[in-house]
Design a protein around this ligand. Structure first.
Ligand code: APR
Ligand code: MG
Ligand code: MG
Length: 195
């Protein structure tokens, strides 16, 4: 296990910790930008109420629900459609930054789930039509550009925005872990995003 990570059992054993679960939903696509640049995958993130980019999900209460049930409840509120998440979709659990040093420790549980393209498009539609949180906790869904145009446009530019908690590193790690971009494209994007 990488440093700073907790096993699921360690995380759940923490007395007095708060827990948050978020998920990266994605699919493959054959769509091309400008009819020539392959988009390859649709990865869903959201513009949050605080102006930061993040993944759908939120606070869960493990004394009343499993992590995955709590995540499913948050997804229904934020996406307007049921997206079942299972233990197999769990990627890692880590302590997350808290706004005040006096706040109870927060453990962030991260999941990744691959879906069909039609399901992802349905999630995007529901997020702006039936989701109760639309326009409040969630200001809109965004797709992650997975290509590079003229060096800094595309992924590099996207990565230079501001992200909540571990969302940026969760995105970057997942791009590599799930083979969604080449290591070369990612390294160039990371370099440009810091310039
Ligand atoms: N990595 C680590 N921490 C994260 C991540 C992430 N990817 N995404 C969010 N967090 C943190 C947030 O900073 C927040 O403290 O997890 C906590 C809960 O996540 P939210 O999605 O913001 O929670 P949600 O239940 O959807 O929103 C309800 O949470 O942010 C507060 O006060 C805010 O009323 C709101 C409440
Ligand atoms: Mg929420
Ligand atoms: Mg949330």
């Amino acid at each position: 296990m990488a440093s700073g990570q907790l096993s699921r059992a360690e995380a759940l054993a923490c007395k007095g910790c708060r827990h948050a679960c978020h998920v990266m939903l994605y699919c493959d696509t054959k769509t091309q930008l400008f009819g020539k640049i392959p988009l390859r995958h649709i990865i869903l993130m959201q513009m949050r109420f605080d102006g930061l980019l993040g993944f759908p999900g939120g606070l869960v209460n493990p004394s009343k629900e499993t992590l995955e049930e709590g995540l499913g409840r948050e997804l229904l509120e934020e996406l307007g459609v049921a997206v079942p998440i299972s233990v197999e979709d769990h990627v890692d659990s880590r302590y997350a930054p808290t706004p005040l040093p006096s706040s109870a420790p927060l453990i962030a549980h991260f999941y990744v789930k691959k879906m069909e393209e039609e399901q992802i498009i349905e999630v995007e539609r529901a997020a702006v039509t039936t989701a109760t949180d639309y326009g409040q906790e969630v200001l809109g869904m965004v797709r992650v550009p997975l290509y590079s145009i003229r060096g800094s446009a595309g992924l590099a530019c996207f990565l230079s925005h501001s992200f909540i908690g571990h969302a940026r590193s969760q995105l970057v790690d997942s791009l590599l872990r799930f083979g969604l971009v080449t290591p070369d494209l990612l390294h160039k994007a990371l370099r440009h995003s810091l310039e």
